[in-house]
Design a protein around this ligand. Structure first.
Ligand code: FPP
Length: 264
């Protein structure tokens, strides 16, 4: 059901997705959307399927949402695909998750190239299996010249680890005399994170009803608008993304200050 039903003058009106998209494009869109894709396991469980079936369905949602985000005009889509903590899952599940980028890019890369999408990755690439690294590297190389939507996979990513690495790097630079302690600033720290070339997310979405950040972009989410939904990731569709965007557009972002006229 992609149309949105609203009540107006005691009548139920259905708004087609296309119209919702066009209306949203008339207003300020979130430039960077980050998503914690949660609920694959529960989706599978509800159907008496193995957890990996949920991850596979989740991969199809990634395609759908990437395509739609690009059409809407979102500039950056960051997807939490595998955290540094996810290695603790059963070996078979980890192996399956590590095969997904290969399958996804194996079938979808030509379309991503055609759609002008640029694939990027943040996380510790070194300790990924060779086949996963190869698939991601190939996609990054083949789309490097594209300047449409940035599809940024957070893979083997952990925010605390990212911050520790940034702080260590800055400490080494101070020790070597390249940076003075007085020069350490928010901007300097941001410049040492894996997102140094990206703006902070404007909108964070987490699916499946969980309301926590799970070590995701802790620094970058300082002023981000959050949208939590009970929908499980494999069920998340274009209309769900529109719900989140429309809700975002109604919010009053103040960054700790006041909007004009609010100071009286
Ligand atoms: C969390 O759901 C989801 C993950 C740990 C994996 C997310 C991966 C995908 C959606 C596919 C990624 C696709 C590509 C192309 C990289 P969960 O397993 O914790 O669900 P549960 O909380 O219901 O058990």
């Amino acid at each position: 059901m992609l149309n949105k039903l609203i009540r107006k003058n005691d009548k139920t009106i259905s708004i087609p997705l296309k119209k919702r998209k066009e209306d949203a494009q008339q207003e300020q869109l979130p430039s960077h959307i980050a998503i914690i894709m949660d609920g694959n396991g529960r989706w599978a469980n509800k159907r008496a399927l193995p957890r990996i079936a949920g991850h596979h369905e989740g991969m199809k949602t990634v395609k759908k949402i990437t395509r739609f985000a690009n059409e809407v005009g979102i500039k950056v889509l960051t997807l939490y695909a595998f955290s540094t903590e996810n290695w603790k899952r059963p070996k078979m599940e980890v192996e399956f998750l590590m095969r997904l980028p290969e399958e996804f890019l194996g079938t979808y890369l030509p379309e991503l190239i055609e759609q002008n999408v640029q694939v990027q990755m943040m996380g510790n690439m070194e300790s990924l299996p060779e086949h996963t690294k190869r698939a991601i590297q190939k996609a990054m190389d083949k789309t490097a010249m594209n300047d449409g939507l940035i599809l940024n996979f957070a893979l083997n990513y952990g925010s605390r680890d990212e911050i520790v690495q940034a702080v260590s790097q800055i400490a080494r630079n101070v020790q070597a005399g390249h940076v003075a302690v007085e020069e350490i600033s928010e901007q300097l720290l941001s410049n040492h994170l894996m997102t140094k070339h990206l703006s902070d997310p404007d909108l964070l979405i987490r699916t499946s009803g969980e309301v926590r950040l799970s070590n995701f972009m802790l620094w970058q989410l300082a002023y981000t608008e959050f949208w939590f939904t009970d929908t499980l990731w494999p069920d998340f569709d274009e209309a769900c993304l529109m719900d989140a965007i429309e809700n975002y557009q109604k919010r009053n972002r103040r960054y700790g200050g006041l909007k004009e006229g609010e100071g009286n």
